[in-house]
Write a protein that binds this ligand. Structure first.
Ligand SMILES: C[S@@+](CC[C@H](N)C(=O)[O-])C[C@H]1O[C@@H](n2cnc3c(N)ncnc32)[C@H](O)[C@@H]1O
Length: 389
């Protein structure tokens, strides 16, 4: 095994609002010098931490390893400086590559052009050296390269994750508007669920939130069902180290002393959720039922409820306001003892839950700004007339 303990900088990307959660996950893995950046974390780690971060972090979208950092004023300088990287360290002529570029507040305006110029710099270097060049494959390349330009500063990184880490590998089907797995895990971690009390999503759709909760409860690594990571194709890939990380004994809790329950009004959603749960091997620990929020019955006595009801933008229901009123009524009537969290981008509809929120957290579901709102349901909550705004 390569015992290289050499530390380097790593960038972990996440959703806005989940930076602190990801920082906490990385701290537990032994990452050093953790700094929060926009929608991400910078930290120092070695190859082992990079592999572990990909395998264990529930709230990361991807991990990048910067390999070049320079200032530029125009495309010609980008081509020249990207061409000064020794690309043979990372690629062979028979390999394939894909380039993602992100440009902000820069003289260079077009990310696609930035990607094209970087690709030209790389393939021209190979052509000069070997008279052959690697080809482009945007779907399943050997190496994904990430170019980030802000102002006149350019960072070129290798993408160690490959496809986005929200693609856990357990989802076989989805309903129209599934929540992103990374966001679902992040919400559960933000809620502070203690993994000792019941957990319910009464509008569970394809089951993402309850599946992520069950994986957290059982210490199942989020990378367990993925068959590919970018670093598996890197020239310095250390198979022995990777096998060791995957084999690390996890404290799998086989039987839970509490319930994890998903409910949905739709037969189709219930069917899809069950298929996803079977695919993740979690049918012994998650209960799924067709039940409407009107008469949804959580396990007694207390627990955590997290749900993302229809928002209006992505799913049309006949009357969103009526639905949010029903959620409020259900909480007041049957969820005493629960900490209830609702994720929604429909800030107006949220008011109709009719309970005073004890916390509000801003998060993003894709491009959509959402509120993740907490209601503590005490026996006196029925009388509480305050509304969420
Ligand atoms: C935004 S989706 C939830 C997505 C889910 N988190 C996932 O990952 O697939 C909202 C869900 O609420 C369900 N729903 C709508 N009205 C309902 C009601 N009255 N009772 C229970 N579920 C309802 C829909 O069938 C839909 O599956």
């Amino acid at each position: 095994m390569n015992q290289d303990n050499h530390h380097f900088e790593i960038i972990g990307k996440t959703f806005s609002g989940l930076e602190e959660v990801l920082a906490g996950e990385l701290r537990e893995l032994g990452a050093k010098n953790i700094r929060i950046i926009t929608r991400g974390i910078k930290f120092d780690g070695n190859q082992e931490i990079l592999y572990m971060a990909n395998y264990y972090c529930r709230t990361a979208i991807r991990f990048l390893k910067p390999i070049a950092d320079f200032s530029i004023n125009n495309e010609t300088e980008l081509y020249k400086k990207a061409g000064q990287v020794n690309w043979s360290n990372y690629l062979d002529v028979h390999d394939t590559l894909a380039i993602n570029a992100v440009v902000s507040q820069s003289l260079l305006k077009h990310s696609q052009y930035v990607a094209l110029k970087t690709k030209d710099a790389i393939v021209d270097q190979f052509r000069r050296k070997f008279n052959k060049r690697p080809s482009v494959n945007t779907i399943d390349p050997t190496l994904r390269i990430h170019v980030h330009i802000r102002n006149n500063h350019c960072t070129i990184s290798l993408d160690s994750s490959g496809s986005s880490l929200h693609l856990r590998g357990y989802r076989v089907k989805t309903i129209t508007a599934p929540i992103n797995e990374v966001l679902a895990a992040g919400l559960i971690m933000l809620s502070g669920w203690d993994k000792q009390s019941h957990f319910i999503d009464p509008m569970c759709g394809s089951g993402t939130i309850v599946i992520e909760a069950a994986m957290i409860a059982q210490n199942i690594p989020p990378g367990k069902f993925r068959d590919s990571f970018g670093f598996l194709h890197w020239k310095d890939y250390d198979a022995e180290l990777w096998n060791k990380i995957q084999k690390k004994t996890n404290n799998l809790a086989s039987e839970l002393s509490y319930k994890i329950v998903g409910l949905d009004i739709s037969d189709k959603a219930v069917h899809i959720a069950k298929q996803n749960i079977i695919s993740a091997g979690l049918q012994p620990v998650i209960e799924i039922r067709r039940e409407s929020i009107d008469n949804s019955q959580p396990p007694k006595d207390h627990g955590v409820m997290i749900t993302n009801p229809p928002y209006g933008e992505r799913i049309q229901t006949e009357n969103i306001i009526e639905l949010y009123k029903k959620i409020g009524d259900s909480l007041k009537q049957r969820y005493t003892g629960y900490e209830a969290w609702v994720l929604s981008s429909d800030f107006n509809a949220l008011k109709y839950i009719g309970l005073r929120p004890s916390r509000k957290i801003k998060v993003y579901n894709g491009q959509l700004e959402c509120k993740f709102v907490k209601f503590d349901i005490y026996s006196g909550s029925k009388k509480n007339k305050s509304i969420c705004n």
